[in-house]
Design a binder for this molecule. Sequence first.
Ligand code: FES
Ligand SMILES: [Fe+2]
Length: 429
Amino acid sequence: MLTAEKNKLLCDIEPGSAMGDLLRRYWQPIAGESEFDKISIKPVRFFGENLVLYKDGSGQFGLVDRHCTHRRADLSYGWVENCGIRCSYHGWLFGADGRCLEQPFDDIANPGTRLKERCSVKAYPVRPMAGILWAYMGPDPAPELPVWEPFTWKNGFVEIVGCDIPCNWLQCQENSIDPVHFEWMHDTWPSRIKGDATVTAPKHLKLAFDEFEFGFQYKRIREGMNEKDPMWITGRVALWPNGFYLGGHFEWRVPVDNENSLCMCWFFSRVPLEKGDYAQARIPTWYGKIKGEDGRWITSNVINQDIVAWVGQGRIADRTVEKLGMSDVGITKMRQRLFEDLEAISRGRDPSGVIRDADRAKCVALPIASPETHRDAISTEDMKKHPVLKNRLNGNRWVAGQPDDVYNDFMDAMGWPERKRPVALKAAE
Ligand code: FES
Ligand SMILES: [Fe+2]
């Protein structure tokens, strides 16, 4: 349980807030790079700010204020040029660093003016990496953008998936350090949805939460497991401050405003042994579906099930009335670390896990249970029998709404002729 003041402190991420200031000190994944194969300008909103994300003719990405500094027209209705974005109202041109480069009429009427120097638009740096566009919205100097070691894996099919989540970022992130929900939400509940009341998932018997440089490892013993199991030795990673790493994929919960978040995911699927070397021509990006035609949340896919929990807690979870139990030790530790990091920032220090060493950032290893499952090649025959990997035959099992072209590209990458998307999944989409 938290007091109303402490709950507000952790949940308020809009401009001027302490927690917004904390989260802005990390590079945040805000879009997929391949979205800009078809568009050049995208209106976006992060940390309560309306912004425009664009790719100009030279290939440079920019993230600037939605409103032109001249008379506040919407720059998302402008156009990109070889260098920068131009406002459609009176033609002012802005570079990716926000500097005003041209003011067409003033440049003619008052050629010596230094007005431009006072007309910069707010701008944030954007960098493409691993198929994702990363933005840094914090104070200078920006830290290094970490290349997490799985981003360097070869011979895999990568897809970037976003979901628009109508709730505060923290209840999504608290789900990243909540092992017991797997037993109920992802094991037992799906069988109940299918009308099978006989399935009883193995119970959680023991939990541990260990902090490391880049977050927490949570570890579990369930019925039928012993202490040599990778899920006890290594477990899963709640990646600091708003990520989740599960071996074959990452999830980040990026604040849009206090009541909305963007869940951005990076998925890696190793192609089978027989395919040999594989180089992906293009990393696709798509946005998942969270609501069915009946107006209810979709429950068919793993992250959709999580979303039911997140949004079910309300737009901003009221932690003044929650009753925490023994499964919530990690959540308490996570909140404590956030409070301590807020304190660190107020003393002029970096919060946890910020990397300032460029060499260090080039490849950052993370704890991973059974890395071979995700990273190493096995035969198609073994893949199709594998308890986790075989599910990919049915499309992305994590998020509903994978487009057919991405599914077909995935099957082509795997070298599988089957096209077996289940009717039930398509109907739910
Ligand atoms: S409002 Fe943008 S150029 Fe005038
Ligand atoms: Fe989950």
